[in-house]
Ligand binder design. Structure first.
Ligand code: NAP
Ligand code: ZN
Ligand code: ZN
Length: 348
């Protein structure tokens, strides 16, 4: 089997991504080899490739929204057969023994989960992500993509989808709940679709009203511009749950003021700089400020099945690999509707 595959690689924080080849390991007993069809571009890829979190081990191939087809399996694989449509998200391994791992919350593995890229795998080699032709992953960290969801619109579910699904479930989203989503980007648009499908009343808080028509079409009941100071007066004490998907630092005081008694603002965005939480805005209304990171494998499968049942996929723009750097600039400029997805056939 040829293990040398084409990829797009980040070599330094200030360098554009460029074509390269990387090596994939031979499948071990429990590994599946996946021919990647599509890989979504998550803002986390950009934070990493541009060194914004200060912990990138260059060179690295980003990409943790992976959809493709199983092309080979190790001898002890039981969950998948060649030809299955599968996805891989943000991690490819974990210790499998700690409490979170045993409870299906592998993302919070005490020993740390093994990132799909920018980590060291069990084979001792750096992990490389989805901007490549293939990936080799232990079957326990692979999800099945149900029939009825095309692979291109499925790819972003593996990060953006689960990152919103998990807190929506954790904070009991459903009919009668008022949920606000800050930022209508890759994560945010999935939040709108999922919260709507769960029966909540959904409000988008976007920088402007430019994307309002889309937001309402995706399932939002209300849409407000945060550039308008009246928004924060009109929606004071309004929401049970606010999910912040913004990749930059926001003035949280204003947003916490939108929470009802016992309401929770969940931070999902991972901006470069620390977040300031003003105590007065928090203690009023017994508000909570929380965080949430992706979701476990079982819940990711549950989310994929939920999406199939409700006809949910990501809104995407498919690009060729040589457009990755332009796409990065457009994501940073909030000019994405609503996820760029790389067609892996263009990598060669
Ligand atoms: P994205 O597609 O760029 O969406 C972010 C959205 O935030 C933008 O579309 C924009 O929406 C809004 N925004 C951007 N800059 C802003 C600013 N300066 N002020 C106010 N709003 C702004 O990014 P994404 O892929 O959804 O990721 C969002 C963040 O989540 C990133 O930091 C990423 O690293 C993080 N993330 C976290 C997890 C997790 O597990 N917690 C998982 C994946 C990603 P509007 O134009 O509508 O305002
Ligand atoms: Zn991501
Ligand atoms: Zn663990």
């Amino acid at each position: 089997m040829p293990n040398t595959v084409h990829a797009y690689i980040a070599t330094a924080a200030d360098a554009p991504l460029s074509p390269a080849t990387i090596e994939r390991r031979d499948p071990g007993p429990h590994d599946v080899v996946i021919d990647i069809a599509f890989a979504g571009i998550c803002h986390s890829d950009i934070h990493t490739a541009r060194g914004e979190w200060g912990r990138t081990n260059f060179p690295v191939v980003p990409g943790h929204e992976i959809a493709g087809t199983v092309s080979a399996i190790g001898p002890e694989v039981t969950r998948y057969v060649v030809g299955d449509r599968v996805g891989v998200g943000c991690f490819v391994d974990s210790c499998r023994e700690c409490e979170p791992c045993l409870q299906g919350e592998e993302q919070y593995c005490v020993a740390g989960n093994t990132g799909t890229y920018n980590a060291i795998g069990r084979d001792g080699l750096p992990t490389h992500g989805g901007y490549s032709q293939t990936i080799v992953v232990d079957e326990n960290y692979v999800c099945a993509i149900p029939e009825g969801i095309d692979l291109d619109v499925a790819a972003p579910l593996l990060c953006a989808g689960i990152t919103l699904y998990s807190p929506l479930r954790h904070w009991n989203t459903g009919p009668g709940k008022k949920v606000a989503i800050i930022g209508l980007g890759g994560l945010g648009h999935m939040g709108v679709k999922l919260a709507h499908a769960m029966g909540a009343e959904v409000t988008v808080l976007s920088q402007s009203l430019k994307k309002m028509e889309d937001g309402l079409r995706l399932g939002a009941d209300h849409y407000y511009a945060t550039s308008d100071p009246d928004t924060f007066k009109a929606l004071r004490n309004e929401f049970d749950l606010i999910l912040n998907t913004v990749s930059a630092n926001l003035d949280l005081k204003q947003y916490l003021g939108l929470l009802a008694i016992d309401g929770t603002l969940v931070e999902l965005g991972l901006p470069e700089h620390p977040i300031e939480v003003p105590a007065f805005a928090l203690v009023a209304n017994r508000r909570s400020f929380a965080g949430s990171m992706i979701g476990g494998i079982a819940q990711t499968q549950e989310m994929l099945d939920f999406c199939a049942e409700h006809g949910i996929g990501s809104e995407i723009e498919v690009i060729a690999a040589d457009a990755i750097n332009d796409a990065y600039d457009r994501v940073v400029a909030s000019d994405v509707r609503y996820r760029f997805v790389i067609d892996a056939a263009t990598l060669a």
